[in-house]
Design a protein around this ligand. Structure first.
Ligand code: DHB
Ligand code: FE
Length: 265
């Protein structure tokens, strides 16, 4: 991504002003600044700046750039989206053998326009999630990833497994920081989705099964109440516990200006 000089100048000026205010407010000593710099060097050496930004700043960015759009709230993309995932004509996102503890989950719902409630046919849901151990798959099988389409009434459905909470890397400096703060390293279980209509991205969000661990203490602080959805137990299938989840999606109007658009002027 290239950044326009005017945007860079404006953001740089404001970053420095905000950090100077922080130095004043906290009366930071030079020793403390050196300690912070040493920590940030370790973050960089570990390649963890994307992680640190994702858990500290991403949800705020989503809120200010997409929060006023209306409809189903947006949520963070996170680091694990893969483009180019296959269509799942049968709706099944699991393509590798499932672990013993994996429980089946059918997610379905209706996609509508938030403005008038009209159903959105042929919307594309691009879905990804962690497995029953909280692990994302990055193989070319695209296990627990895939795209499904809405029908003429705007209905979608996919078959997956119940995700487990995701734990950020604990060994690196970001994990160490959380430990020093007395915080855990988990995101509550969630399913990511991007909704596109006619090739245009209309919503990036996450849905959280209700009742799971860490919903009130997400390390990325990205849980939103209307994205927490109950799971209903259903009949066992394939010798496994099975659940259903209804998640209706109201799309914000198309083309809400984003910061990235402004940067292009
Ligand atoms: C991170 C991981 C996720 O799965 C997610 O949804 C958001 C953030 C992270 O590691 O920062
Ligand atoms: Fe995630």
């Amino acid at each position: 991504m290239t950044v326009a000089t005017s945007r860079l100048q404006e953001v740089y000026g404001n970053v420095i002003a905000a950090l100077r205010q922080l130095v004043r407010d906290q009366r930071l000593t030079e020793d403390e600044l050196h300690a912070a710099a040493e920590f940030l060097n370790r973050v960089g050496a570990a390649g963890e700046f994307p992680l640190l930004f994702d858990i500290t700043l991403a949800v705020t960015s989503v809120d200010v750039t997409k929060g006023a759009a209306g409809g189903t709230p947006a949520n963070i993309l996170g680091p694990y989206y893969l483009p180019g995932v296959p269509w799942r004509a049968d709706g099944k996102l699991y393509v590798k053998p499932l672990g013993e503890g994996a429980e089946l989950l059918t997610v379905s719902g209706r996609v509508t326009e938030a403005q008038d409630g009209s159903p959105v046919a042929d919307a594309e849901l691009d879905v990804w999630q962690a497995d029953e151990h909280g692990v994302y798959d990055f193989s070319d099988a695209y296990h627990l990833r895939g795209k499904v389409k809405t029908d003429a009434e705007g209905r979608y459905r996919f078959e997956t497994i119940v995700p487990a909470p995701y734990e950020i890397p604990k060994e690196g400096p970001t994990g160490e920081l959380m430990r020093l703060l007395g915080r855990h390293h988990f995101r509550p279980a969630h399913i990511h989705m991007i909704v596109r209509v006619g090739g245009e991205e209309r919503l990036v969000t996450q849905v959280f099964p209700a009742g799971g661990a860490y919903l009130d203490s997400d390390v990325a602080e990205a849980v939103k109440e209307s994205l927490v959805v109950p799971m209903q137990p259903s009949a066992m299938r394939e010798g496994r516990r099975a659940y259903t989840m209804e998640f209706d999606i109201a799309l914000p109007p198309a083309r809400v200006p984003q910061a990235a658009d402004l940067a292009r002027h």
